[in-house]
Design a protein around this ligand. Structure first.
Ligand SMILES: *Cc1c(COP(=O)(O)O)cnc(C)c1O
Length: 487
């Protein structure tokens, strides 16, 4: 597909924009010479029709949750009600300036205050900050809280964070960025934390543990109470990565399981789409001992007015400008109010039901290394499918069938992993369609493996060099090399 630059001669877009009526000399003097451009921008000389068709064509190449199942494990790519987007677009919220006087944004402060209380209730913990803007940012905030907690106690020898090998990849990164060293704890044959291995590491150098709940195999830590008790007994703190809360939303509370800090991914569980690099919100809930350390400002209620409280001497400070991504928080608020207690429970009911339905069907075709009841997701392997066929082949072939592939090659403890999260918003028909396609691909792997090796053949681009795409991204149109090909 041609870029817009290749669809018309490069020039100053004569005929599209009116002629410049500012004297060039004057503009340079007014702007300052270093800001004024020395040559005309190279805008393609194309008609409005061409532009409209070009971008419409581009938009149709996209695949999103509104097109079909998007089973990207751990990412909770579910359907998010459009109503919540409408709420977030209301001008009273969308146009509010973050520097406005408190008296002029009482409505914004009120919903931030109310959402904080609702999230505290869901987590079963006494304090929540809405400031972090991603799940990983919530983890980092949690690690800063742990650090500050031990600093205030003068217990500075605690420099280690324990991490199961089934943890999400952001966990060790967050612990390391906050200055901790990371000790890996192996999983047992059931895919949960090996308690003996954990106990062997516990001493007065341990600041705490980070648990992904459920873990990246989609398995709930059945010994979670023993784990958190053991860590607390050793003087450590417990961090729960709750990015996949759709697995137990409304059914169990991290506060009751011994969590000292727990992050929500509002942009997964609570109605903002994840992925695509859009804004997120990684609200963090904390236990009593960390409440005073939460980031400032805190939204407080004084009488019937809402205010911002900066006077928290033990706070770790701010982790983001203003109050985080307020409109993402607003969507979560609208979603929670819309669903109510029953609706929130139905989210986790259906997320777990859908995942187990698919797991039971697909394990007849693809091997399931940890075969037990799963929560919101499960991890298959392509190993043993057919000689020379890899998970990458399966994923690329899915694209040929018009379906987004699952997360692949993660978690690392499963070779050739296919990590599938159907989410709660897919119908049985859509789950069956997805399973049928994966079964057809498994048959092809044995009978026509070339179809998999060559895939995708029905996508706008073939198989790309993924490393080069990530390491050497090209963000601008290379005019010089393409001068010859311009029409
Ligand atoms: C998505 C996810 C994260 C990270 O969330 P971001 O908002 O992408 O930073 C962390 N842990 C788990 C388990 C996740 O699924």
């Amino acid at each position: 597909m041609r870029t817009i630059f290749e669809q018309g001669p490069s020039g100053a877009a004569e005929g599209i924009f009116p002629a410049c009526d500012v004297p060039a000399q004057g503009a340079a003097a007014w702007l300052g010479r270093d800001l004024a451009r020395s040559e005309a921008p190279r805008i393609p000389n194309v008609s409005e029709t061409t532009v409209a068709r070009h971008y419409t064509r581009l938009s149709k190449l996209n695949y999103g949750v509104d097109d079909g199942i998007y089973p990207l494990g751990s990412c909770t790519m579910k359907y998010n009600p459009k109503l919540n987007e409408d709420v977030a677009a209301l001008p009273g919220f969308a146009d509010a300036h973050p520097g406005a006087e408190e008296v002029h944004v009482q409505g914004c402060l009120e919903f931030l205050y109310e959402l904080t209380r609702l999230l505290e209730g869901i987590a079963g913990l006494p304090g929540v900050t809405l400031q972090p803007v991603a799940g990983a940012h919530g983890e980092l905030t949690g690690m800063f809280l742990f650090r500050k907690h031990f600093e205030l106690r003068g217990d500075t020898g605690r420099q280690r964070i324990l991490l199961p090998d089934s943890a999400h990849g952001t966990n060790p990164a967050s612990a390391a960025v906050a200055g901790f060293s990371v000790t890996q704890i192996p999983s047992n044959a059931c895919g949960t934390v090996d308690l003996e291995a954990l106990r062997a590491e516990l001493d007065d150098t341990v600041a705490g543990i980070m648990l992904t709940v459920p873990n990246t195999l989609g398995i709930f830590e059945t010994d979670i109470l023993e784990i958190t008790r053991a860590v607390h007994d050793a003087g450590g703190l417990c961090y729960f990565d709750g990015a996949n809360l759709n697995s137990f939303l409304g059914r169990a509370r991290p506060g009751d399981m011994g969590a000292d800090a727990f992050h929500f991914n509002l942009h997964k569980t609570l109605s903002t789409p994840h992925g695509g690099g859009g804004p997120g919100a990684g609200a963090v809930a904390v236990s009593e001992r960390l409440v005073d350390l939460l980031p400032v400002p805190r939204v407080v209620k004084r009488g019937d007015r809402y205010a911002l409280d900066w006077d928290r001497p033990k706070s770790i400070g701010s982790v983001h400008s203003f109050y985080g991504n307020v409109l993402v928080a607003l969507k979560a608020y609208a979603y929670i109010l819309q669903l109510g207690d029953e609706g929130l429970r139905a989210v986790s009911d259906n997320a777990v039901l859908n995942a187990n339905y698919l797991q039971e069907r697909l394990k007849r075709t693809y091997a399931l290394p940890y075969d037990r009841l799963c929560k919101h997701e499960f991890v298959l392997t392509s190993e043993g499918l057919a000689d020379g066929v890899t998970t990458l082949d399966v994923a690329k072939r899915l694209i040929d069938y018009g379906v987004h592939p699952p997360t692949v090659y993660f978690p690392l403890i499963v070779h050739e992993a296919l990590m599938i999260e159907p989410t709660e918003t897919e119908s049985k028909e859509e789950l069956d369609r997805f399973a049928e396609i994966l079964e057809r691909i498994a048959a092809e792997a044995r009978e026509h493996p070339d179809r998999l090796h060559e895939a995708p053949t029905r996508a706008p681009v073939r198989r790309l060099d993924q490393t080069a795409a990530a390491r050497n991204p090209v963000f601008t149109f290379p005019f010089e090399e393409n001068a010859a090909s311009a029409p």
